[in-house]
Design a protein around this ligand. Sequence first.
Ligand code: ZN
Length: 413
Amino acid sequence: MHAWTAPEVPGLPVAGPSVQVHDTATGGLVTVAPHDGPARMYVCGITPYDATHLGHAATYIAFDLLNRAWRAAGHDVAYVQNVTDVDDPLLERATKVGVDWVALAERETELFRQDMAALRVIPPDHFVGAVESISLVVDLVQRLDAAGSVYRVDDDLYFSVTADDAFGEISGWDRDQMLAVFGDRGGDPERPGKKDPLDCVLWRAERPGEPAWDSALGRGRPGWHVECTAIALQYLGSTFDVQGGGSDLVFPHHEMCASEAQVAEPGHRFARAYVHAGMVGYDGEKMSKSRGNLVFVSALRNSDIDPAAIRLALLRHHYRDDWEWTDAELWAAVDTLADWRRALALGAGAPAGPVVSAVLEALADDLDAPTALEAVDSWVAATLGQDGLADTSDPDAATTVYRLLDASLGLAL
Ligand code: ZN
């Protein structure tokens, strides 16, 4: 499917440093850089049954920072994102509100595109739906079957997690930790007939009233994890640099994706790094559908909130932190942008060189946007003379800082 219109990304006067991010699998910082060709990134996409909330936006903006840091370091980037446009939550929502599931998915996917474009997120090169990837999934399930890792429960096909010796290495969790969340995150640990409660469904046979496609596996539809595995292998190859998503995808989603890929492509690690964004809360709880405490990007945009202020408010928090959204932070971001625009309008300002270095270094150091923003705040304060001593010693400062904010932080002022 088509993605959204790409924002322009201006060039910078200097190249950024090589990029390090926190890898969940090893628990430490790793340098992520292309091995041959572009840097390759897969970020798990939405299930389009509801509008983009701020938790989603924070995640996609985090990986947008990585995309921009790679570009600043001089790398080309190959970026792939899926859309889970057929799955249980989507079908359940469509039934509940009495709309056709295809129409619901198309409507919400379009709203997501508009939100991402407004937030100046660089679009993926391949934005791929599950429905359009069914033949890829079928091929992959057949390869997994040939590798002896597939079995049948009634007419559904399951992946046997014991087929991958490395199963568990992404999360680092023990079985009790895995079993504690598996049922709440799309798994069915209680189902009779499974070889291991943690095995995940690859192909769900047709049920009355549910969509299904004819295939060599019988009529049915793809499981969730195998969709991402198939799309990533197709568009990024056996091994790529970063798989990203929210921290609620560590297990089972990214663990299962990796194990399926590693069984299908023996000897290849799936992603070199697994990078996870924290959860955004509101009113004391993680922002989630079931709690009904979502703040939607589109609702803020419809209230004439400057999307740059939404983006800035999100960037004030480190992507790996769990934190709570407050309206006060949004209003603070609106005020900050007014100050920044005032400083940029002067043309001349405090020397731009140090703020360029500070921002690029902070972002290359595990996407540390809060530290990058503090460097910009300092430049603005010096330029406006908030200590009583305005510094306008660099006649071209504003042009450089404007390009820096746009290219590195996605803030086009
Ligand atoms: Zn995924």
